[in-house]
Every structure is written in C-alpha cells, then in structure tokens.
Write a protein that binds this ligand. Structure first.
Ligand code: GDP
Length: 198
C-alpha cells in the first residue's frame, strides 16, 4: 500500500540527472540485516525468474538493468554500497548519500531498531538534500514474518507521512512487492521529470 502523501514533486535547480535515456541511480539504504542484499539479488536476477542476462554487473555492489514501467523503459543502476559500511569498506557516508537519484530506505518489520535507524537515515538524507525533493520510498521488508512483527503497517505509513515519502511493505523472501518498489521509484522520478518539462 502506498502512503497518501503523494504530493506534487517539486523541481530542483541542479538536476541534469533525469534525461529519459540516462540510468537512474537508486541507492539501497538501511541498517544491517534488513534485506538490502536480498533486494539487490532479486534486482540482479539471481533469485528471479526474469532473464538475468540484461543485467550488467559492475562489481558486487552495482547492477544495471532496464525494466519496463507503464509501457516505458527505464534503466536503473542499483547501488548497494551501504551494505559494506559494516565491513569498513564503505565510501564516506556523505558520498553515499550523494550518489543517488533516488533511495530505497529499508527496515525490517521484525526489528524496531531498524525502523528507528531508517528514520535517522531519512533525517541525514534531508540534511544532504535540503532543497531537493529526492524520491524516497520507505520499505518495510520481511512482511512474510507475521508472527515476529514489531512495526505495524500504520506506524510505517505514519512515518512515511511525516517524512514525506512513499511507503511499501515487501518480502524479499517471498519476492513480494520488490519490483513494485523499483517501479514506484521510477514513477516518482518521472513525475519529477515531467513536472520539470511542464
Ligand atoms: P542486509 O544486511 O540488509 O544486506 O540484509 P540481507 O539481505 O543479508 O538479509 C539479512 C537476512 O534476512 C538474511 O538471512 C536474509 O535471508 C533474510 N531476509 C531478507 N529479506 C527477507 C524477507 O523478506 N523475509 C525473510 N523471512 N527473511 C529475509
């Protein structure tokens, strides 16, 4: 379910990043064990029935693939650099925060601490992009683990409303709503692009 905060996406003064043929750089953010790697593997096609030969890998953490959204193709470069934070191999947080055109902000619905971490990251993002209305989707992953739920759907929705972003619950394990999250990002970026052209 999407949050109702589907506000008009404002234009920014800088962005030349959203030409129709240009890959959209989507960054996976979130605490550890929330499912970022699982998301990246689904995107890369490792655990997916879709053809994976159209996914170009650039090292472990970056994958590019073209998907069709509402009848129009979009190329996404997925960056999972954040995952390596724990290994001490991550680029500086600042740099991470600035690499994306859009962000999937993950938490696990079974881990309240990861939900709080997502809020912190959202605040950090806002500091980095004060003037830009950067597309962000708050993603409550592991919704298959109903008995272990610590964060309710309404809490997720409320958080997304406060932070002015979209919200979706997913299960990477069940491959539920993962592509919907990527499509949502593309739709938000298009809204922004179209409002610029208008
Ligand atoms: P990361 O640290 O954010 O990259 O998290 P991972 O993708 O490595 O996932 C952490 C653990 O959670 C792994 O054991 C995954 O198999 C598991 N996991 C990831 N997504 C889901 C999900 O949607 N449902 C369930 N049940 N487990 C998941």
């Amino acid at each position: 379910s999407w949050s109702s905060s589907d506000s008009v996406i404002s234009t920014d003064s800088t962005g030349e990043t959203l030409g129709p043929g240009k890959p959209l750089r989507v960054l996976l953010l979130g605490g550890s064990d929330v499912g970022k790697t699982a998301f990246a593997s689904i995107f890369a096609g490792a655990a997916d029935s879709m053809e994976s030969d159209d996914c170009q890998m650039y090292g472990d953490e970056v994958c590019e693939r073209t998907i069709e959204v509402d009848g129009e193709e979009a190329t996404i470069t997925l960056l999972d650099t954040w995952t390596t934070e724990e290994d001490g191999r991550c680029m500086a947080e600042d740099q991470c925060m600035q690499t994306g055109d859009a962000y999937l902000l993950l938490y696990s619905i079974t881990d309240r601490a990861s939900f709080l971490r997502a809020s912190e990251l959202r605040i950090t993002l806002r500091c980095h992009w004060p003037a830009r209305h950067t597309p962000i989707i708050l993603v409550g992953n592991k919704c298959d683990l109903v008995r272990c739920r610590e964060v309710s759907v309404s809490e997720g929705l409320a958080c997304a409303a406060v932070f002015d972003c979209k919200f979706i619950e997913t299960s990477a394990a069940m491959q539920h709503n993962v592509w919907e999250a990527f499509r949502g990002i593309v739709r938000q970026l298009r809204l922004r692009r179209d409002s610029k052209e208008a």
